[in-house]
Ligand binder design. Structure first.
Ligand SMILES: Cc1cc2nc3c(=O)[nH]c(=O)nc-3n(C[C@H](O)[C@H](O)[C@H](O)COP(=O)(O)OP(=O)(O)OC[C@H]3O[C@@H](n4cnc5c(N)ncnc54)[C@H](O)[C@@H]3O)c2cc1C
Length: 423
Protein backbone atom coordinates (compact mmCIF):
# COMPACT_ATOMS: atom_id res chain seq x y z
CA UNK A 1 0.00 0.00 0.00
CA UNK A 2 1.31 3.45 -0.77
CA UNK A 3 -1.01 5.70 1.21
CA UNK A 4 0.08 8.79 3.03
CA UNK A 5 -1.58 10.01 6.22
CA UNK A 6 -1.00 13.32 7.95
CA UNK A 7 -1.61 13.56 11.67
CA UNK A 8 -2.08 17.11 12.97
CA UNK A 9 -0.62 17.33 16.49
CA UNK A 10 2.06 15.25 18.17
CA UNK A 11 0.53 14.94 21.65
CA UNK A 12 -0.31 11.51 23.07
CA UNK A 13 -3.43 11.23 20.89
CA UNK A 14 -1.60 12.19 17.69
CA UNK A 15 1.30 9.86 18.32
CA UNK A 16 -1.07 6.96 19.05
CA UNK A 17 -3.07 7.68 15.90
CA UNK A 18 0.21 7.70 13.97
CA UNK A 19 1.17 4.31 15.44
CA UNK A 20 -2.17 2.92 14.33
CA UNK A 21 -1.52 4.03 10.76
CA UNK A 22 2.19 3.16 10.62
CA UNK A 23 1.54 -0.37 11.90
CA UNK A 24 -0.87 -0.77 8.95
CA UNK A 25 1.87 0.18 6.56
CA UNK A 26 0.75 3.73 5.90
CA UNK A 27 3.35 6.39 5.31
CA UNK A 28 2.70 8.76 8.21
CA UNK A 29 3.72 12.36 8.80
CA UNK A 30 2.96 13.87 12.18
CA UNK A 31 3.00 17.67 12.00
CA UNK A 32 3.57 19.20 15.44
CA UNK A 33 3.55 22.96 15.87
CA UNK A 34 5.94 22.92 18.86
CA UNK A 35 9.26 21.21 19.56
CA UNK A 36 9.80 18.41 22.04
CA UNK A 37 12.30 18.80 24.88
CA UNK A 38 15.48 16.75 24.63
CA UNK A 39 14.97 13.18 25.78
CA UNK A 40 18.55 13.21 27.08
CA UNK A 41 17.73 15.60 29.94
CA UNK A 42 16.57 13.77 33.07
CA UNK A 43 13.22 14.44 34.66
CA UNK A 44 9.91 15.83 33.48
CA UNK A 45 10.26 18.75 31.11
CA UNK A 46 7.00 20.47 30.30
CA UNK A 47 6.87 21.69 26.72
CA UNK A 48 5.43 24.42 24.59
CA UNK A 49 2.30 23.48 22.70
CA UNK A 50 1.01 21.45 25.63
CA UNK A 51 0.76 23.76 28.67
CA UNK A 52 -0.94 20.98 30.60
CA UNK A 53 2.35 19.06 30.56
CA UNK A 54 3.30 21.15 33.62
CA UNK A 55 0.78 19.01 35.47
CA UNK A 56 0.86 15.32 36.41
CA UNK A 57 -0.77 13.00 33.90
CA UNK A 58 -2.16 9.69 35.20
CA UNK A 59 -2.78 7.00 32.62
CA UNK A 60 -5.88 5.10 33.70
CA UNK A 61 -6.47 1.35 33.27
CA UNK A 62 -8.58 1.51 30.09
CA UNK A 63 -6.02 3.87 28.60
CA UNK A 64 -3.17 1.47 29.34
CA UNK A 65 -5.14 -1.34 27.68
CA UNK A 66 -5.68 0.86 24.62
CA UNK A 67 -1.95 1.67 24.53
CA UNK A 68 -1.30 -2.12 24.60
CA UNK A 69 -3.45 -2.57 21.50
CA UNK A 70 -1.54 0.12 19.61
CA UNK A 71 2.06 0.10 20.87
CA UNK A 72 2.83 -3.42 22.10
CA UNK A 73 6.23 -2.48 23.60
CA UNK A 74 5.26 0.71 25.40
CA UNK A 75 5.36 -0.84 28.90
CA UNK A 76 8.96 -2.14 28.75
CA UNK A 77 9.96 1.08 27.01
CA UNK A 78 8.64 3.40 29.71
CA UNK A 79 10.23 1.21 32.39
CA UNK A 80 13.58 1.52 30.57
CA UNK A 81 13.11 5.29 30.68
CA UNK A 82 12.58 5.30 34.44
CA UNK A 83 8.82 4.91 34.97
CA UNK A 84 7.79 2.81 37.98
CA UNK A 85 4.79 0.47 37.82
CA UNK A 86 2.45 0.42 40.78
CA UNK A 87 -0.89 -1.04 41.79
CA UNK A 88 -3.67 1.55 41.68
CA UNK A 89 -4.94 0.58 45.16
CA UNK A 90 -2.17 -1.22 46.99
CA UNK A 91 0.49 1.37 46.23
CA UNK A 92 -1.74 4.42 46.42
CA UNK A 93 -3.13 6.52 49.26
CA UNK A 94 -6.72 7.32 48.27
CA UNK A 95 -9.14 9.20 50.42
CA UNK A 96 -12.82 9.03 49.49
CA UNK A 97 -15.58 10.76 51.48
CA UNK A 98 -15.83 7.71 53.78
CA UNK A 99 -12.12 7.56 54.58
CA UNK A 100 -8.92 6.01 53.27
CA UNK A 101 -9.27 3.05 50.93
CA UNK A 102 -7.70 -0.25 51.96
CA UNK A 103 -4.21 -0.82 50.55
CA UNK A 104 -5.08 -4.10 48.80
CA UNK A 105 -4.22 -5.34 45.32
CA UNK A 106 -6.57 -4.09 42.59
CA UNK A 107 -4.85 -5.69 39.61
CA UNK A 108 -4.84 -2.29 37.88
CA UNK A 109 -1.32 -1.22 36.99
CA UNK A 110 -0.47 2.45 36.80
CA UNK A 111 2.85 4.14 36.13
CA UNK A 112 4.76 6.75 38.04
CA UNK A 113 6.05 8.90 35.19
CA UNK A 114 5.56 12.27 33.57
CA UNK A 115 3.52 12.99 30.47
CA UNK A 116 6.79 14.01 28.82
CA UNK A 117 8.23 10.55 29.35
CA UNK A 118 5.14 8.91 27.87
CA UNK A 119 5.29 11.21 24.86
CA UNK A 120 9.02 10.59 24.37
CA UNK A 121 8.44 6.85 24.36
CA UNK A 122 5.51 7.05 21.93
CA UNK A 123 7.65 9.26 19.69
CA UNK A 124 10.71 6.98 19.88
CA UNK A 125 8.64 3.84 19.23
CA UNK A 126 6.92 5.51 16.27
CA UNK A 127 10.22 6.26 14.58
CA UNK A 128 10.95 2.53 14.47
CA UNK A 129 8.59 2.43 11.51
CA UNK A 130 10.68 3.41 8.49
CA UNK A 131 7.73 5.21 6.86
CA UNK A 132 6.83 7.35 9.89
CA UNK A 133 8.17 10.82 10.63
CA UNK A 134 7.43 13.57 13.12
CA UNK A 135 8.03 17.09 11.85
CA UNK A 136 8.37 19.55 14.71
CA UNK A 137 7.82 23.32 14.61
CA UNK A 138 5.39 22.77 11.78
CA UNK A 139 1.95 24.25 12.46
CA UNK A 140 -0.91 23.31 10.16
CA UNK A 141 -2.96 26.33 9.09
CA UNK A 142 -5.62 24.85 6.84
CA UNK A 143 -7.01 21.89 4.93
CA UNK A 144 -6.87 21.19 1.22
CA UNK A 145 -10.36 19.91 0.39
CA UNK A 146 -11.49 18.93 -3.10
CA UNK A 147 -14.96 17.63 -3.96
CA UNK A 148 -15.71 17.02 -0.30
CA UNK A 149 -12.58 14.91 0.09
CA UNK A 150 -9.57 16.01 2.14
CA UNK A 151 -6.53 15.95 -0.12
CA UNK A 152 -3.97 17.37 2.31
CA UNK A 153 -3.03 20.24 4.61
CA UNK A 154 -1.50 23.69 4.34
CA UNK A 155 1.37 24.44 6.70
CA UNK A 156 2.51 27.77 8.13
CA UNK A 157 5.59 27.68 5.90
CA UNK A 158 3.32 27.99 2.84
CA UNK A 159 3.61 24.37 1.75
CA UNK A 160 0.71 22.12 0.85
CA UNK A 161 1.27 18.48 1.73
CA UNK A 162 -0.96 15.91 0.12
CA UNK A 163 -2.41 12.89 1.87
CA UNK A 164 -5.14 10.30 1.48
CA UNK A 165 -6.10 10.69 5.14
CA UNK A 166 -5.78 13.61 7.56
CA UNK A 167 -6.32 13.03 11.28
CA UNK A 168 -6.87 16.07 13.47
CA UNK A 169 -5.52 15.49 16.97
CA UNK A 170 -4.52 19.06 17.66
CA UNK A 171 -6.12 19.29 21.06
CA UNK A 172 -8.80 21.35 22.68
CA UNK A 173 -7.90 24.52 20.73
CA UNK A 174 -8.19 22.72 17.38
CA UNK A 175 -8.83 25.10 14.47
CA UNK A 176 -10.58 22.36 12.50
CA UNK A 177 -14.03 24.02 12.65
CA UNK A 178 -12.55 27.19 11.11
CA UNK A 179 -10.60 25.29 8.48
CA UNK A 180 -13.70 23.42 7.36
CA UNK A 181 -15.78 26.59 7.34
CA UNK A 182 -13.12 28.44 5.33
CA UNK A 183 -13.06 25.70 2.73
CA UNK A 184 -16.79 25.60 2.26
CA UNK A 185 -17.01 29.38 2.15
CA UNK A 186 -19.07 29.36 5.35
CA UNK A 187 -16.80 31.44 7.56
CA UNK A 188 -19.83 33.04 9.15
CA UNK A 189 -21.62 29.70 9.59
CA UNK A 190 -23.08 28.60 12.90
CA UNK A 191 -20.47 27.29 15.33
CA UNK A 192 -20.18 23.52 15.63
CA UNK A 193 -22.84 21.90 17.76
CA UNK A 194 -21.36 21.10 21.16
CA UNK A 195 -22.34 20.31 24.72
CA UNK A 196 -20.47 22.22 27.39
CA UNK A 197 -20.42 21.52 31.11
CA UNK A 198 -18.44 23.87 33.33
CA UNK A 199 -15.80 22.46 35.64
CA UNK A 200 -16.10 23.46 39.31
CA UNK A 201 -12.31 23.46 39.67
CA UNK A 202 -9.29 25.68 39.47
CA UNK A 203 -6.00 23.82 39.42
CA UNK A 204 -2.51 24.69 40.66
CA UNK A 205 0.40 22.32 40.14
CA UNK A 206 4.07 22.25 40.98
CA UNK A 207 6.98 19.86 40.55
CA UNK A 208 9.07 18.82 43.55
CA UNK A 209 12.07 16.60 44.02
CA UNK A 210 12.23 14.30 47.01
CA UNK A 211 15.62 13.03 48.13
CA UNK A 212 16.30 9.29 48.02
CA UNK A 213 15.34 7.97 51.46
CA UNK A 214 12.41 10.31 52.03
CA UNK A 215 9.92 8.96 49.49
CA UNK A 216 6.40 8.34 50.83
CA UNK A 217 5.28 4.69 51.07
CA UNK A 218 2.82 5.31 48.22
CA UNK A 219 3.35 6.31 44.60
CA UNK A 220 0.17 8.28 44.25
CA UNK A 221 -2.11 10.15 46.62
CA UNK A 222 -5.59 11.42 45.87
CA UNK A 223 -7.95 13.25 48.20
CA UNK A 224 -11.61 13.75 47.32
CA UNK A 225 -13.11 17.18 48.10
CA UNK A 226 -15.78 15.97 50.51
CA UNK A 227 -14.75 16.72 54.09
CA UNK A 228 -11.90 18.93 52.94
CA UNK A 229 -13.67 22.26 52.71
CA UNK A 230 -14.36 21.53 49.06
CA UNK A 231 -10.66 21.32 48.15
CA UNK A 232 -8.94 18.30 46.69
CA UNK A 233 -5.41 17.26 45.85
CA UNK A 234 -3.34 14.70 43.99
CA UNK A 235 0.30 13.83 44.13
CA UNK A 236 2.02 11.47 41.71
CA UNK A 237 5.54 10.23 41.54
CA UNK A 238 7.41 10.58 38.26
CA UNK A 239 10.80 9.39 37.00
CA UNK A 240 14.05 10.42 38.74
CA UNK A 241 12.40 11.08 42.15
CA UNK A 242 10.37 13.99 40.78
CA UNK A 243 6.86 14.36 42.19
CA UNK A 244 4.01 16.53 41.01
CA UNK A 245 1.39 17.96 43.33
CA UNK A 246 -1.86 19.31 41.96
CA UNK A 247 -4.25 21.26 44.17
CA UNK A 248 -7.91 21.74 43.30
CA UNK A 249 -9.91 24.68 44.61
CA UNK A 250 -13.43 25.73 43.74
CA UNK A 251 -13.90 28.34 41.01
CA UNK A 252 -13.58 31.77 42.56
CA UNK A 253 -11.23 30.49 45.24
CA UNK A 254 -7.81 32.12 45.19
CA UNK A 255 -5.23 29.46 44.43
CA UNK A 256 -1.75 29.48 45.99
CA UNK A 257 0.71 31.86 44.38
CA UNK A 258 3.86 31.13 46.36
CA UNK A 259 5.57 28.52 48.48
CA UNK A 260 3.98 29.58 51.77
CA UNK A 261 0.48 29.63 50.30
CA UNK A 262 1.04 26.30 48.55
CA UNK A 263 2.03 24.59 51.79
CA UNK A 264 -0.77 26.32 53.73
CA UNK A 265 -3.28 24.98 51.16
CA UNK A 266 -2.01 21.43 51.61
CA UNK A 267 -1.93 21.52 55.44
CA UNK A 268 -5.60 20.65 56.16
CA UNK A 269 -5.78 18.05 53.39
CA UNK A 270 -5.20 14.31 53.55
CA UNK A 271 -5.00 14.09 57.36
CA UNK A 272 -1.54 15.65 57.18
CA UNK A 273 -0.17 13.01 54.78
CA UNK A 274 0.38 15.49 51.99
CA UNK A 275 2.21 17.98 54.20
CA UNK A 276 4.32 15.16 55.63
CA UNK A 277 5.28 14.03 52.13
CA UNK A 278 6.25 17.58 51.19
CA UNK A 279 8.40 18.12 54.28
CA UNK A 280 11.47 16.74 52.59
CA UNK A 281 10.50 17.98 49.13
CA UNK A 282 12.30 20.71 47.22
CA UNK A 283 10.20 22.72 44.75
CA UNK A 284 11.86 22.72 41.34
CA UNK A 285 9.38 24.72 39.25
CA UNK A 286 7.10 27.70 39.71
CA UNK A 287 3.43 27.04 40.49
CA UNK A 288 1.30 26.64 37.36
CA UNK A 289 -2.37 27.49 37.29
CA UNK A 290 -5.09 26.08 35.05
CA UNK A 291 -8.59 27.50 34.92
CA UNK A 292 -9.72 26.55 31.43
CA UNK A 293 -10.83 23.03 32.19
CA UNK A 294 -14.37 23.09 30.83
CA UNK A 295 -15.85 19.80 29.63
CA UNK A 296 -16.69 20.11 25.96
CA UNK A 297 -18.10 17.54 23.57
CA UNK A 298 -18.16 18.56 19.92
CA UNK A 299 -20.94 16.80 18.03
CA UNK A 300 -18.85 16.29 14.94
CA UNK A 301 -21.08 13.38 13.98
CA UNK A 302 -24.03 15.74 13.48
CA UNK A 303 -22.24 17.91 10.94
CA UNK A 304 -23.52 17.67 7.44
CA UNK A 305 -20.90 17.47 4.74
CA UNK A 306 -18.02 16.10 6.83
CA UNK A 307 -15.51 15.24 4.10
CA UNK A 308 -14.13 11.80 3.40
CA UNK A 309 -10.44 11.34 4.18
CA UNK A 310 -10.76 13.24 7.48
CA UNK A 311 -10.93 12.03 11.07
CA UNK A 312 -10.75 13.91 14.38
CA UNK A 313 -10.14 12.42 17.81
CA UNK A 314 -8.76 13.15 21.28
CA UNK A 315 -9.24 16.56 22.88
CA UNK A 316 -10.10 18.02 19.51
CA UNK A 317 -13.50 16.30 19.82
CA UNK A 318 -13.88 15.65 23.56
CA UNK A 319 -12.18 17.70 26.27
CA UNK A 320 -12.69 16.46 29.80
CA UNK A 321 -12.06 18.21 33.09
CA UNK A 322 -8.76 16.65 34.23
CA UNK A 323 -10.19 15.70 37.65
CA UNK A 324 -10.79 12.12 36.44
CA UNK A 325 -7.54 11.93 34.44
CA UNK A 326 -9.26 10.40 31.41
CA UNK A 327 -7.94 12.60 28.58
CA UNK A 328 -5.15 10.33 27.34
CA UNK A 329 -7.40 7.31 27.85
CA UNK A 330 -10.05 8.92 25.70
CA UNK A 331 -7.54 9.75 22.97
CA UNK A 332 -6.10 6.22 23.06
CA UNK A 333 -9.56 4.67 22.75
CA UNK A 334 -10.20 6.90 19.75
CA UNK A 335 -6.98 5.64 18.17
CA UNK A 336 -8.02 2.00 18.73
CA UNK A 337 -11.33 2.79 17.03
CA UNK A 338 -9.39 4.33 14.15
CA UNK A 339 -7.54 1.02 13.78
CA UNK A 340 -10.83 -0.85 13.66
CA UNK A 341 -12.17 1.45 10.96
CA UNK A 342 -9.00 1.24 8.90
CA UNK A 343 -9.18 -2.56 9.04
CA UNK A 344 -12.89 -2.71 8.26
CA UNK A 345 -12.99 -0.08 5.53
CA UNK A 346 -10.25 -1.54 3.35
CA UNK A 347 -9.09 0.48 0.36
CA UNK A 348 -10.87 3.58 -0.93
CA UNK A 349 -11.40 6.96 0.71
CA UNK A 350 -11.60 6.82 4.50
CA UNK A 351 -15.23 7.15 5.57
CA UNK A 352 -14.85 9.99 8.06
CA UNK A 353 -18.56 10.35 8.92
CA UNK A 354 -18.81 6.63 9.82
CA UNK A 355 -15.77 6.94 12.09
CA UNK A 356 -17.12 10.05 13.83
CA UNK A 357 -20.48 8.33 14.43
CA UNK A 358 -18.78 5.45 16.22
CA UNK A 359 -16.45 7.80 18.10
CA UNK A 360 -19.48 9.69 19.41
CA UNK A 361 -20.83 6.43 20.83
CA UNK A 362 -17.45 5.63 22.41
CA UNK A 363 -17.14 9.12 23.93
CA UNK A 364 -20.49 8.88 25.69
CA UNK A 365 -19.21 6.77 28.61
CA UNK A 366 -16.31 8.98 29.75
CA UNK A 367 -18.48 12.06 29.18
CA UNK A 368 -21.24 10.68 31.44
CA UNK A 369 -18.79 9.60 34.11
CA UNK A 370 -16.97 12.92 34.30
CA UNK A 371 -19.86 15.34 33.87
CA UNK A 372 -22.82 13.39 35.27
CA UNK A 373 -24.63 14.48 32.10
CA UNK A 374 -25.86 12.73 29.02
CA UNK A 375 -24.32 13.81 25.75
CA UNK A 376 -27.23 16.22 25.16
CA UNK A 377 -26.51 17.91 28.50
CA UNK A 378 -29.44 16.45 30.44
CA UNK A 379 -28.56 15.04 33.88
CA UNK A 380 -27.77 11.34 34.18
CA UNK A 381 -30.21 9.72 36.59
CA UNK A 382 -27.78 8.39 39.16
CA UNK A 383 -28.92 6.45 42.19
CA UNK A 384 -27.27 8.95 44.49
CA UNK A 385 -28.25 7.30 47.76
CA UNK A 386 -26.86 3.93 46.66
CA UNK A 387 -23.74 5.58 45.35
CA UNK A 388 -23.16 7.41 48.64
CA UNK A 389 -23.71 4.14 50.52
CA UNK A 390 -21.15 2.47 48.31
CA UNK A 391 -18.54 5.17 48.77
CA UNK A 392 -19.09 5.11 52.53
CA UNK A 393 -18.52 1.35 52.58
CA UNK A 394 -15.41 1.38 50.39
CA UNK A 395 -12.83 2.07 53.14
CA UNK A 396 -13.74 -1.18 54.89
CA UNK A 397 -14.25 -3.32 51.78
CA UNK A 398 -11.42 -4.08 49.35
CA UNK A 399 -13.99 -5.49 46.90
CA UNK A 400 -16.06 -2.31 46.82
CA UNK A 401 -12.92 -0.17 46.69
CA UNK A 402 -11.69 -2.16 43.69
CA UNK A 403 -15.08 -1.93 41.97
CA UNK A 404 -15.16 1.86 42.40
CA UNK A 405 -11.65 2.08 41.05
CA UNK A 406 -12.58 -0.01 38.01
CA UNK A 407 -15.32 2.50 37.21
CA UNK A 408 -12.91 5.41 37.56
CA UNK A 409 -10.43 3.64 35.28
CA UNK A 410 -13.21 3.08 32.72
CA UNK A 411 -12.82 -0.68 33.08
CA UNK A 412 -16.45 -1.23 34.04
CA UNK A 413 -19.61 0.84 33.75
CA UNK A 414 -21.10 2.84 36.58
CA UNK A 415 -24.38 1.00 35.95
CA UNK A 416 -22.76 -2.36 36.62
CA UNK A 417 -21.47 -0.98 39.89
CA UNK A 418 -24.94 0.09 40.94
CA UNK A 419 -26.37 -3.31 40.05
CA UNK A 420 -23.68 -4.88 42.22
CA UNK A 421 -24.77 -2.78 45.18
CA UNK A 422 -28.44 -3.46 44.68
CA UNK A 423 -27.82 -7.22 44.66
C1 LIG B 1 -4.21 20.48 33.93
C2 LIG B 1 -4.46 19.24 33.13
C3 LIG B 1 -4.16 18.00 33.68
C4 LIG B 1 -4.40 16.85 32.95
N1 LIG B 1 -4.17 15.64 33.55
C5 LIG B 1 -4.43 14.51 32.87
C6 LIG B 1 -4.21 13.23 33.46
O1 LIG B 1 -3.83 13.09 34.63
N2 LIG B 1 -4.45 12.13 32.69
C7 LIG B 1 -4.92 12.23 31.40
O2 LIG B 1 -5.11 11.19 30.77
N3 LIG B 1 -5.14 13.42 30.83
C8 LIG B 1 -4.92 14.56 31.52
N4 LIG B 1 -5.15 15.76 30.93
C9 LIG B 1 -5.70 15.79 29.53
C10 LIG B 1 -4.61 15.49 28.51
O3 LIG B 1 -3.62 16.49 28.52
C11 LIG B 1 -5.20 15.33 27.09
O4 LIG B 1 -6.49 14.87 27.13
C12 LIG B 1 -4.33 14.32 26.32
O5 LIG B 1 -3.04 14.82 26.18
C13 LIG B 1 -4.83 13.94 24.92
O6 LIG B 1 -4.85 15.03 24.17
P1 LIG B 1 -4.50 15.19 22.62
O7 LIG B 1 -3.33 14.40 22.17
O8 LIG B 1 -5.80 15.04 21.92
O9 LIG B 1 -4.12 16.75 22.68
P2 LIG B 1 -2.86 17.45 23.32
O10 LIG B 1 -2.17 16.63 24.30
O11 LIG B 1 -3.32 18.80 23.74
O12 LIG B 1 -1.90 17.59 22.05
C14 LIG B 1 -2.24 18.41 20.96
C15 LIG B 1 -0.98 18.68 20.17
O13 LIG B 1 -1.32 19.32 18.97
C16 LIG B 1 -0.38 20.35 18.71
N5 LIG B 1 -1.04 21.33 17.83
C17 LIG B 1 -2.05 22.16 18.13
N6 LIG B 1 -2.41 22.88 17.05
C18 LIG B 1 -1.62 22.48 16.04
C19 LIG B 1 -1.50 22.85 14.66
N7 LIG B 1 -2.31 23.77 14.12
N8 LIG B 1 -0.57 22.23 13.91
C20 LIG B 1 0.27 21.29 14.44
N9 LIG B 1 0.21 20.91 15.74
C21 LIG B 1 -0.73 21.48 16.53
C22 LIG B 1 -0.05 20.89 20.10
O14 LIG B 1 1.19 21.57 20.11
C23 LIG B 1 -0.01 19.60 20.91
O15 LIG B 1 1.25 19.00 20.93
C24 LIG B 1 -4.93 16.93 31.64
C25 LIG B 1 -5.21 18.18 31.08
C26 LIG B 1 -5.00 19.32 31.83
C27 LIG B 1 -5.37 20.66 31.23
Amino acid sequence: MNCHAIVIGGGPGGLLAAHTLASRNWQVTVLERATYPSAAVAGPQPRRGAPQSHCLHMLMGAGAEAFDAIVPDWRPSILRHGALPFDALQDAAMRLPGGWLPRSASGITMYACSRTLLENVLHEELLRYPRAQVVQASPVVGLDIRDNHVAGVHTASGTTLSAELVVDVSGTASRLPHWLADQTGQSDAEPWPETVVASPWNYASRWFRIAGGRQPDWQCLTVAPEGNGGCAAMMLRAEEDFWNVVLLGRKGQVMPQNDVEFRAFTAPLADGRLSAALEGARPVTPIHHYGRTTNRLRHVEDLLGWPSGLAALGDSVLTLDPYFGLGMTNAARGAVLLAEHLDAQGSGPFDGPAYQQDLARLNAAPWRLVTGRNTDGTPVHRKSAQLAQLYAAAPSSPDIARAILEVQHLLRSEDSLMKGVAA
